[in-house]
Design a protein around this ligand. Structure first.
Ligand SMILES: NC(=O)C1=CN([C@@H]2O[C@H](COP(=O)(O)OP(=O)(O)OC[C@H]3O[C@@H](n4cnc5c(N)ncnc54)[C@H](OP(=O)(O)O)[C@@H]3O)[C@@H](O)[C@H]2O)C=CC1
Ligand SMILES: CC(C)(CO)C(=O)C(=O)O
Length: 332
């Protein structure tokens, strides 16, 4: 049995694809989602027009449903990882593979600390998923599920491939996570803009904010000896340059970056919209922390983190690009 622990957008999508392919999946999550799934089943769609239905998925709301799982996919937001590990620790057999399918850099470390007897495997989801209510989850971009190669996963690879969510294996995921984080530095910008991702990224002023956040991240990575992998098909060092191009040129040269469902938004926007704390401390906040650890600073990422915390407390979520560009240039 595969357990999806923290089944929201990503968990329902990946677990739903597996369940639709006949894999034995148990979803563990909140009553809010369980109620939807009980009433409507689970419907999985994507930007290519695919649609799958799971009439009666097994969606449970207590940790005990994870007991004895052969594989656990952790899909809680980063702030809930330590709690998830504490809940899973007494329930899993030693050696159970536990894959973190989360953004940021530090979740695998947190899981290892809380689950010393499990085989924790770093992973990452490169595509966007929107939870549309009534048990519907929609993949709004292309992208793969990336994981670190581990023998404990071998028995499951065929299931993921058959389900249409093949695991892309890497010898070392740190560079892949660091590359993905460069894209996730856009999460607060998107959330603060109040716009869908495609509309936001089509505007140069927002992209210039992102480019600045990425330059700080690249400096912090260099100081920390982290080599980010190719991201969105590009050398990470070129990303800020491409983002800074005028709109007409960007639209032509970086069409792949705009191949996003017109309604898709960042998971940080989802959290603000739902009135929940965001993951920003594990995204832009992680870059600020990494910079500080290595004796430099990342003021743009610090400022974006602070603005998202203000938004969590009811602050503005309708920043225009030029306003945001001015705000990151200004000290607090
Ligand atoms: N959504 C997206 O497009 C993408 C997201 N990601 C990453 O994937 C990860 C998951 O994101 P996403 O699916 O959007 O998050 P969601 O908030 O949609 O889903 C996580 C779910 O887990 C629940 N949860 C939290 N703690 C527990 C617990 N201890 N036991 C059971 N359930 C729990 C949450 O409930 P509650 O909210 O009540 O705490 C929530 O329903 C994040 O790291 C995110 O950054 C990566 C790529 C794209
Ligand atoms: C796919 C992407 C980059 C979309 O913003 C994401 O990871 C998120 O929303 O958290």
């Amino acid at each position: 049995m595969i357990c999806v622990y923290g089944a929201g957008s990503i968990g329902c999508y990946v677990g739903g694809r597996l369940a639709a392919a006949g894999v034995d999946v148990v979803f563990v999550g909140r009553e809010r989602v369980a109620g939807e799934v009980r009433a409507h089943g689970l419907t999985i769609t994507d930007l290519d027009g695919a649609k799958e239905r799971i009439e009666a998925p097994r969606y449970e709301t207590t940790p005990e449903a994870a007991a004895g799982a052969d594989l656990v996919l952790v899909t809680v937001k980063s702030g809930a990882t330590a709690e998830a590990a504490d809940q899973l620790a007494p329930l899993l057999r030693p050696g159970t593979p536990v894959v973190s399918l989360q953004n940021g850099l530090r979740n695998p470390r947190v899981l290892r600390a809380g689950l010393p007897e499990a085989e924790v495997v770093p992973g990452m989801v490169a595509f966007n998923v929107v939870h549309q209510g009534e048990g519907r989850v929609h993949r709004g971009t292309d992208g793969r599920v990336e994981v670190q190669a581990h023998p404990a996963l071998d028995a499951h690879l065929a299931d993921f491939a058959r389900a249409g969510v093949p695991l892309a294996l890497h010898e070392d995921l740190v560079g892949v996570q660091a590359g993905k984080l460069l894209l996730n530095l856009n999460n607060p910008i998107n959330a603060l803009s109040g716009l869908p991702l495609r509309t936001e990224l089509s505007q140069r002023a927002y992209r210039r904010v992102l480019a600045r956040a990425q330059r700080e991240a690249l400096d912090a990575y260099r100081a920390a000896g982290i080599r980010p992998a190719k991201t969105a098909g590009a050398d990470p060092r070129l990303l800020p340059v491409v983002l800074g191009l005028p709109d007409a040129l960007f639209t032509r040269l970086a069409a792949a970056m705009l191949a996003i469902d017109p309604h898709a938004r960042s998971s940080t926007w989802d959290d603000l919209e739902a009135g929940k704390p965001t993951e920003v401390d594990y995204l832009n906040g992680e870059i600020a922390a990494l910079a500080a650890e290595h004796g430099t600073t990342a003021p743009v990422n610090e400022r974006l983190t602070a603005l998202v915390h203000e938004a969590e407390r009811g602050g503005r979520r309708d920043w225009s690009g030029p306003e945001l560009l001015a705000a990151i240039a200004r000290p607090d």
